[in-house]
Design a protein around this ligand. Structure first.
Ligand code: G1P
Ligand code: ZN
Length: 541
């Protein structure tokens, strides 16, 4: 029984940096999920197609999955592969899309945003390559939501998502699969599991904070069951609909429990955390935090030590706000390097075209061509593989890296929940000053260039403009400012700060101290306090 349900456009269903994200009550609102889901199927077509479906287990994930399944059936889809319990980490979903050569997938997640009845929910569509839909596709979905008049719904009982196996829903096949096994098998092809088992058997200690989010079962299976890390290595390992009240964002502010342990007297050798949907990662050594930009650079310099990358890298890509540390490695290796706008979708073409093997963002995202999403556990396993081969501490590896390449001191300051009009006014005013900045002196540094980053995709020629204001200095320092595209409350201003030290002296400073003049320059050039009323960031990474 298929019903055609009359509906009306709902304003604001515009996907941001990573899908459509809203407060949960908005998503639960009448027709909200249904309109957006129909817009997805109207744009990509559902008839006779196969999709993957899963989410990060947050509140409303299970009910949303039932709605999406009924709509997929009503729209004529042939088959949907669903993670058991409607759970799939984002990288695992990307892998299942590729492994099964499906026509794409729907991921229910608001990533690192808190979950719960009053928190955040999100839906995004991934393409047959496993990667997030590009802007042309998400724009078409948005336009569709503005003109929608009806959606298709199958009248049926809930599918049993708790049991692995095949069922039917109307004329559609529903395959409920174990969320972990295919992903774990992929990891075994990339990393030297025997060497990692030997590492843990030799007494290597690790702490992995899964932050009550979707990575827990993946990390327990791979780290504890397959690699023999001590039981209890993975903490907050059970996914909860509200992430246990945690903010599942793996950064020093929100993963403070892990940070305290790693900086404490009985710190294990290695610490890591991942986010709500398992695509982000934070890496910490005993007594030392690894900035995501440095992590990308170290992984690029050492990836060949893992079997999956033994042939070397085709190239490395980083988002524009990410520090240039990875560029120095690419130059030294004589491989290609790319600078893309913020958001993983911009790496898709470079990966599909074989131009790059590794990608990363300063926002705790690292990944490779094994899937088309960033992948938290993958990054953690690559670090472990490198540690197993080099038999050095994280601190020693970083020190050697900086001694060889110099150090890109780096930090990001976030100012959250600013009134949108104030944030917009600040950015507009800053943009207007850009042409006059080159040549000016501030904090003893000379500005050499100032612009709004625009990107021309080298594969399909598409242009993305206004991707962030950049102010570059003669000494290699840099300020980048942009407004977040994933927030659900007011505006979040992100200020990215970078300063290069060639060494051999001055490689051991506290980043906030090393960056102090750059921070002062950023506040003054943007008239940040004047416009926003803020003088200190809410989150520092
Ligand atoms: C943020 C990060 C960006 C990342 C995205 C999705 O987007 O800055 O690097 O790709 O989340 O995880 P933003 O809120 O800055 O638009
Ligand atoms: Zn995420």
């Amino acid at each position: 029984m298929i019903t055609t349900v009359p509906t009306q456009p709902i304003a604001g269903q515009k996907p941001g940096t990573s899908g459509l994200r809203k407060k949960t009550p908005v998503f639960i609102g009448r027709h909200y999920l249904e309109n957006f889901t129909q817009a997805i199927f109207d744009v990509v077509g559902a008839k006779g197609k196969t999709f993957v479906l899963g989410g990060d287990g947050r509140y409303f994930n299970d009910r949303a999955a039932q709605v999406i399944l009924r709509m997929a059936a009503a729209n004529g889809a042939a088959r949907v592969i669903v993670g058991q319990g409607a759970n799939l980490s984002t990288p695992a979903a990307s892998h299942l899309i590729r492994l099964n050569k499906t026509d794409g997938g729907i991921i229910m997640s608001a990533s690192h945003n808190p979950g719960g009845p009053e928190e955040d929910f999100g839906v995004k569509f991934n393409m047959p390559n496993g990667g997030p839909a590009p802007e042309s596709v998400t724009e078409a979905m948005f336009r569709r939501t503005e003109e929608i008049t009806e959606y298709q719904m199958l009248e049926a009982q809930d599918v049993d998502l708790a049991t692995v196996g095949r069922q039917t829903l109307g004329g559609m096949i529903v395959d409920v699969v174990d969320p972990v096994s295919d992903y774990a098998a992929l990891m075994e092809t990339l990393f030297d599991f025997p060497a990692l088992r030997a590492l843990f058997a030799g007494g290597f200690r690790m702490r992995m904070d899964a932050m009550c989010a979707v990575t827990g079962p993946y990390a327990v299976e791979i780290l504890e069951n397959r690699l023999g890390a001590a039981q209890g290595t993975v903490t907050h390992a059970t996914p909860l609909p509200d992430f246990g009240g945690m903010h599942p964002d793996p950064n020093p502010t929100w993963a403070h429990e892990l940070m305290a342990e790693m900086m404490g007297p009985d710190a294990p050798d290695f610490g890591a955390a991942s986010d709500g949907d398992g695509d982000r990662n934070m890496v910490v050594g005993r007594g030392i935090y690894v900035s995501p930009s440095d992590s990308l650079a170290v992984l690029a310099a050492n990836a060949h030590l893992a079997p999956g990358y033994a042939r070397g890298l085709a190239g490395v890509a980083r988002s524009m706000p990410t520090s240039a540390a990875a560029d120095r490695v690419a130059d030294a290796l004589g491989i290609a390097k790319f600078e893309t706008p913020t958001g993983w979708k911009f790496f898709g073409n470079l990966l599909d075209d074989g131009k790059v093997t590794l990608c990363g963002e300063e926002s705790f995202g690292t990944g490779s061509d094994h899937v088309r999403e960033k992948d938290g556990l993958w990054a953690i396993l690559l670090w472990l593989n490198i540690l197993a081969v080099r038999k050095q501490s994280v601190a020693d590896i970083l020190a050697e890296h900086w001694a060889k390449y110099g150090r890109n001191y780096y930090s990001r300051h976030d100012f959250e929940a600013i009134a949108t009009d104030k944030a917009d006014a600040m950015i507009t005013a800053l943009r207007a000053t850009l042409p006059g900045l080159p040549g000016q002196q501030i904090e003893g540094m000379t500005i050499t260039a100032a612009d709004d980053f625009a990107y021309t995709d080298p594969v399909d020629g598409s242009v993305s403009a206004k991707q962030g204001v950049r102010i570059l200095f003669a000494d290699g320092s840099r300020i980048v400012m942009r407004l977040s595209g994933t927030g659900t409350e007011g505006a979040t201003l992100r200020v990215y700060l970078e300063r290069y030290a060639a060494g051999p002296d001055g490689l051991d400073l506290d980043p906030q101290e090393a960056l102090a003049p750059v921070i002062r320059a950023a506040h003054s050039l943007a008239r940040l306090t004047e416009f926003t009323g803020r003088d200190a960031p809410d989150v520092v990474t």
